[in-house]
Design a protein around this ligand. Structure first.
Ligand code: PEP
Ligand code: MG
Length: 587
């Protein structure tokens, strides 16, 4: 039995067999063939390519059925590679000219091809190397007659173990088969972690070397509360964690029974709980968890999961679906937040030394008006179908906000000229996720209808900690007094200016911060839907007058750990501590 400590990013406990995605490469020796064998090798190769293609198409189709077209499309790169005539030519040259076996020809060609991607200055292309290796393994296993373990047909439930998963890969995992995730990379609010949480899969990230220490079929305990993963646990540990699993199901049922209750404090203050989504099909789950609106629709996933740059029609279809499904309830559509850790294959971007501080998000949109306006037109057109608002991400200066609003106004005028209707009452807001805007929010309060605090980025920029880097993850804390002061500043300014302010970062979905956030004056939270019942439970237990005492205490502390400990204690008064043991070890 071995215990590994990482960061719990999606709650829940699971005891289950591992499936290693970064399985060791199959070593293919260089063996020559006689020229007379070339035709046989070519046929073997063609059969392998056909079988590999069928397998990928099957995977794409089942992913599309389960998780939507955008997610299924991530396999199109694999299919494109298999169909690439140039690559096929290289394989054939290996067989006919160099007298390689089909296996070695595939191995050689794809390794060389991979190197080109690996050396590419653009992180997006470097990332694609994983897909190339995946194709290599798939073809080799076909050639060698060994079945590759496929997620779509994996027998029984598994815990995925890997070095890293992209947000799109995580989104393509089947919830029924993938019971847990244990990966080496990532931080608390990396986008992979956020997706795992939306899918409700217990996940631990930042596990050093786990992909080397675990073999497929090892038994694992994944504790998404404490961030602990136990490899090949002993009987007593299995028993203990199976107990957590059972209690968790009971607890979830208890929380789910609160779906229809109001999020009202003991003294009668209503708190609005909205859901965060990345894909239109998540709306039903958000509603069933009790969301009364969508407070953050991360539209960039339309780009991240698609096989081509979305057209206005694609944008429109996605927004119309969300707005229609919400039947008049509010939907906040955030404009594209691409860049940094969310690269799209369609961005022709020069490499940047510090992409999180570079041309990402609204900066990227203002530099690419064609792309930006395409999205704005679609949002505006869909706005007549219900209650939509628009939100600009990562605004860092008032000028940037004005420019974004100007582009929106231009787009409205274009639609007017074309006699295309849109909602003239569309509310326009922005995310406060840069310390500069949080420190001096007044100009934005004046010029926006609403603000939404994006703590995921606000924390990384305030504390100078990359949100996706496991090596500095221990420094990333929502409880840092500087972060809390910034939130307080934004809330007070917005309320002073009579504007709605909400918070849509992961901090809002952590029950340990609910008392503090309500105490700071927030009345609107947008969170991962599965966290809504727990947050509601805390809200229903508190009295907004009494929580002022909690806020004063928090404001008197000077370090994050004291604040974390204090808030955890306070929260346990309202949420049952059935997970206290499961949580032990959490930092
Ligand atoms: C945030 O930064 O807090 C946020 C909600 O947006 P994202 O996580 O998509 O950056
Ligand atoms: Mg953000």
């Amino acid at each position: 039995m071995e215990i590994k400590k990482g960061i719990g990013v999606s709650s829940g406990v699971v005891v289950c067999q591992a499936l290693l995605l970064d399985e060791g490469e199959i070593r293919i020796g260089r063996r020559s063939i006689h020229p007379s064998e070339a035709e046989t090798e070519r046929k073997r190769l063609e059969t392998a390519i056909t079988a590999g293609g069928d397998e990928i198409r099957e995977l794409r189709d089942s992913t599309t059925r389960n998780l939507g077209r955008e997610t299924g499309a991530i396999f199109d790169f694999h299919l494109g590679l298999l169909k690439d005539p140039q690559l096929f030519e290289t394989f054939i040259l290996g067989i006919q000219r160099d007298h390689y076996t089909a296996e070695y020809a595939v191995h050689r060609a794809l390794r060389d091809y991979g190197k080109v991607f690996l050396d590419h200055p653009d992180a997006f292309f470097r990332e694609r190397v994983k897909d190339i290796y995946d194709i290599e393994r798939r073809l080799l296993q076909k050639l060698l007659g060994r079945e590759r373990i496929r997620l779509s047909v994996a027998e029984g439930p598994v815990v995925i173990v890997a070095h890293d998963l992209t947000p799109s890969q995580t989104a393509s995992l089947s919830r029924t088969q993938v019971r847990g995730i244990a990966i080496e990379a990532g931080g608390r609010t990396s986008h992979t972690a956020i997706i795992a949480n939306s899918l409700g899969i217990p996940a631990v990230v930042g596990l050093e070397n786990i992909a080397h220490e675990v073999a497929t079929d090892d038994l694992l305990v994944v504790n998404g509360y404490s961030g602990v993963v136990i490899i090949n646990p002993d009987e007593a540990t299995i028993h203990e964690h199976k107990g957590y699993e059972r209690r968790q199901i009971k607890y979830q049922n208890l929380l789910n029974s609160m779906r229809d209750l109001s999020a009202r404090t003991k003294d009668g203050v209503d708190i609005t709980l909205h859901g965060n989504i990345e894909f239109p099909h998540e709306v039903d789950n958000a509603l069933s968890m009790g969301a009364v609106g969508i407070g953050l629709y991360r539209t960039e996933f339309l780009f991240l999961a698609g096989e081509r740059e979305p057209t206005e029609k694609d944008h429109y279809a996605a927004y119309a679906e969300v707005i229609r499904r919400m039947e008049g309830r509010p939907v906040v559509i955030r404009t594209l937040d691409l860049g940094a850790d969310k690269y799209s294959p369609f961005q022709d971007q020069p490499p940047e030394a510090n992409p999180f501080l570079g041309c990402r998000s609204i900066r990227l949109c203002l530099g690419n008006l064609r792309m930006f306006k395409t999205q704005l037109r679609a949002i505006l057109r869909a706005s007549v179908l219900g209650n939509a608002s628009i939100m600009f991400p990562m605004i860092s200066t008032p000028l940037e906000l004005r420019q974004a609003k100007m582009v929106l106004k231009d787009t409205m005028e274009e639609l007017d000229e074309e006699n295309i209707p849109y909602s003239r009452h569309l509310r326009v807001g922005m995310m406060v996720e840069v310390p500069a805007t949080a420190l001096v929010p007044q100009p934005y309060v004046r010029e926006c209808d609403f603000l939404s605090i994006g703590t995921n980025d606000l924390i990384q920029y305030t504390l100078a900690v990359d949100r996706g880097n496991q090596r500095v993850a221990s420094l990333y804390s929502a409880a840092h007094p500087a972060v809390i002061k910034l939130i307080k500043n934004v809330v007070w300014s917005a309320r002073g200016g009579n504007k709605t302010v909400s918070l849509c970062g992961e901090m809002g979905g952590d029950p340990d911060f609910t008392i503090l956030l309500i105490g700071l004056g927030l009345r609107n939270l947008s969170i991962t839907p599965r966290n809504i019942p727990a947050i509601k439970k805390v809200i229903r237990g508190i009295d907004t007058r009494e929580v002022q005492r909690t806020v004063r205490r928090v404001m008197s502390f000077e370090n994050a750990q004291q604040i974390t400990n204090f808030l955890r204690e306070e929260t346990r008064k309202f949420l049952p501590d059935i997970f206290a043991e499961a949580m032990s070890g959490r930092d």
